[in-house]
Design a protein around this ligand. Structure first.
Ligand code: DC
Length: 229
């Protein structure tokens, strides 16, 4: 698809928000419309989780995590099938969404040593060209000087239903009640952890996506971004 605009300089757009708010769909769509790179930072936390799992490191042991972070190399590759995640040169994209990895990613994302390691990785990847960066702390910590910051939220019941439908479509079947309970737990973990908790940046534009389609959310974002691009 043709980009809506050609960037004159490297622009960073950040999209933060809780699980199930529609961040991924919106971020990918927005990046395509702008012709920007899409940076999925959750995938990087998941990639570290894969490395932890493969090496049998104890996810509660900061010394082991620091040693692991010191020896692994992460990279993202744009392909016709979308972004691929490389761990030490090996494509691990297929392993990232496994339920055990989601859980492990959530655990290790609370460890300062992992966040510090990924801070550098994210900024290096982000320095390369204009991008839409999706995560939990994009506007607050990783790209505090981003040109445009958004915080996407939605009613928790709607977020849980969306996640439930995604899981059903993918063939796994926890009940809606279980999905809701897990979401409440994950929201609590993300918003209360001591390092980089999920919260809107002071200068972020908040969008409640409860009653909006992804196209409508992207439309609102473009209204803010296009005058800056
Ligand atoms: O967005 P996701 O579900 O793929 O993220 C995986 C985990 O990583 C999730 O538990 C939250 C965490 N995460 C984070 O702490 N900071 C980010 N910038 C992105 C993700």
């Amino acid at each position: 698809m043709d980009p809506v605009t050609q960037p004159r300089r490297a622009m960073v757009v950040t999209i933060d928000g809780p699980a199930g708010s529609g961040k991924t769909t919106v971020s990918k769509l927005l990046a395509r419309r702008l012709g920007y790179r899409y940076l999925d930072t959750g995938a990087l936390y998941r990639a570290v989780a894969v490395a932890v799992q493969q090496s049998d490191a104890n996810p509660d042991d900061d010394t082991a995590l620091a040693a692991l972070c010191g020896r692994i190399h992460l990279d993202l590759q744009e392909t016709a099938d979308g972004a691929r995640v490389l761990l030490d040169g090996k494509d691990i994209t297929g392993a990232l969404r496994a339920p055990a990895i989601s859980l492990l990613a959530s655990t290790i994302s609370a460890r300062p040593v992992v966040r510090t390691f990924l801070l550098e990785t994210q900024r290096t990847l982000g320095a390369q060209k204009s991008l839409v960066a999706e995560g939990r702390d994009m506007g607050t910590v990783v790209f505090p000087h981003a040109e445009a910051k958004f915080y996407l939220d939605a009613d928790p019941r709607i977020r849980a239903r969306r996640r439930f439908e995604e899981l059903q479509a993918a063939g796994s079947g926890p009940s809606l009640t279980v999905v809701e309970q897990e979401m409440v737990q994950r929201d609590r973990n993300d918003t209360t952890r001591s390092v980089s908790p999920l919260k809107p940046a002071a200068d972020a534009i908040r969008i409640d996506a409860s009653d909006l389609t992804a196209e409508q959310v992207v439309g609102r974002m473009l209204e803010r971004i296009l005058p800056l691009a």
